[in-house]
Design a protein around this ligand. Structure first.
Ligand SMILES: *Cc1c(COP(=O)(O)O)cnc(C)c1O
Length: 385
């Protein structure tokens, strides 16, 4: 499936903006559904923080997928966009009382709890409302992932989850207190993970934890393995849809399930990453002492990933096919890190040329800011253009 861009239409739209390929999104969702359904008890949630655009959420909720939220705002947005509350899971190290109450009032599927103190607060708030909160304990599995340090979450030094040594005592607490129903265990080791061995290591750790809990007479209905499957930023044309088959097979092969246990997945980037591009107009082409700069009207306020994670995004010149030249593609923002790519080869860039910054569907629009008093970028669906 080769992505094509309606460049003539783009010329009539104010830049910068996000462009979302609905056909690719639908095809990706279809593949996920098909591959997950080959395994008994596999349930997929979309991790909303990757892209919370309402039109994107509406399209995803139609497939029947659940939602993984990390804030009260995301829960509200998901309810507005057609996700049923009983398919919403809610994680986060710092849930405020109003966010917990929002989850309780809407009877969400579960809270992924990250500390004993949080467990007690949820219990108290649930009691006040005469409710029983369903809870998974988020465990820090101390499993590394071959990805950028800023998006590793499953190491002992990371703030996420309950440290392994405290798991037995917190489970005992959860089983004892009155307004908590312990329904499962939750894990998430990081993002942009390309090596299946990392997920295999997670499975091994979960197996150990389950064996240990079984000895203590504890059994849970749900195992949530989080998200993290990566996408091919170098070759979005060659790999528009991630290898979901290998991903689910890795868990099928290595995760030992108890009878009737369900496995939950929280996929974000792999669902929406490749369907999005940031479309930007070239403002100036400037010769530096040793480099040539293509200065575009999109900046790190629109797409933060290169500045935040040294992330690489492929860039395409949509306006011409002239001979290749080398450019640093940079934004207008007053920060030296406002650079999309260094020394990339592009067909000769002229003022006015439209560039597509590819693989920008995940953690693009959702991370946009108004730094430098800039406007937030609009997201357009291919269906509406
Ligand atoms: C961010 C996050 C995800 C999604 O991660 P991706 O790498 O986008 O798949 C899943 N679960 C939790 C708890 C998260 O914080």
């Amino acid at each position: 499936m080769i992505q094509t861009f309606p460049t003539d239409k783009f010329r009539t739209i104010d830049t910068p903006f996000y462009y979302y390929d609905c056909d690719l999104l639908r095809e990706t969702l279809h593949v996920i559904e098909e591959e997950a359904s080959k395994h008994k008890g596999y349930i997929v949630h979309y991790a909303v923080k990757a892209n919370a655009n309402k039109k994107v959420l509406n399209l995803i909720s139609q497939t029947g997928m659940g939602a993984d939220c990390v804030s009260g705002g995301e829960i509200q947005r998901c309810l507005e966009c057609g996700f049923p509350s009983e398919k919403i899971v809610y994680a986060g190290v710092g849930k405020a009382d109003w966010e917990i109450n929002l989850g309780l009032d809407n009877d969400i599927f579960c809270f992924n709890v990250e500390s004993e103190e949080e467990l007690e607060i949820i219990n108290k708030l649930a009691q006040k409302r005469g409710k029983i909160a369903s809870v998974c304990l988020r465990i820090n599995p101390e499993v590394g992932a071959h990805t950028h340090a800023n998006i590793t979450t499953g190491l002992a030094e990371n703030k996420f989850g309950i440290a392994l040594r405290y798991v037995p005592s917190i489970i005992s607490a959860a089983l004892e207190i009155t307004h908590i129903n312990l329904i499962g265990l939750h894990f998430h080791i990081g993002s942009q993970i390309m090596e299946m061995q990392d997920f295999q290591a997670l499975c091994a750790r979960i197996n150990d934890i389950q064996d240990d809990l079984e000895k203590r007479g504890v059994k849970v209905e749900n195992i949530n393995v989080g998200g993290g499957l990566g996408i091919d930023y170098n070759d979005p044309e060659g790999h528009p849809i991630p290898d979901f088959q290998s991903y689910f097979n890795t868990f099928a092969k290595h995760l030992k399930l108890r009878k009737e246990q369900k496995v939950h997945f929280e996929l974000g980037r792999s669902v929406v990453g490749q369907m999005g591009s940031l479309i930007t107009r070239t403002l100036y082409v400037k010769q530096g002492k040793s480099r040539q700069f293509a200065i575009v009207d999109a900046g790190m306020s629109d797409l933060l990933r290169p500045a935040l994670y040294q992330a690489h995004h492929r860039i395409v010149n949509l306006s011409n096919t002239d001979d290749l030249q080398s450019y640093d593609v940079v934004g207008p923002i007053c920060e030296s890190s406002d650079v999309f790519a260094k020394e990339v080869s592009l067909p000769t860039v002229h003022r006015g040329d439209l560039l597509a910054i590819r693989s920008a569907g995940a953690y693009g629009e959702s991370m946009a800011s108004q730094y430098n008093c800039r406007k937030l970028p609009t997201g357009y669906m291919s269906d509406e253009l």
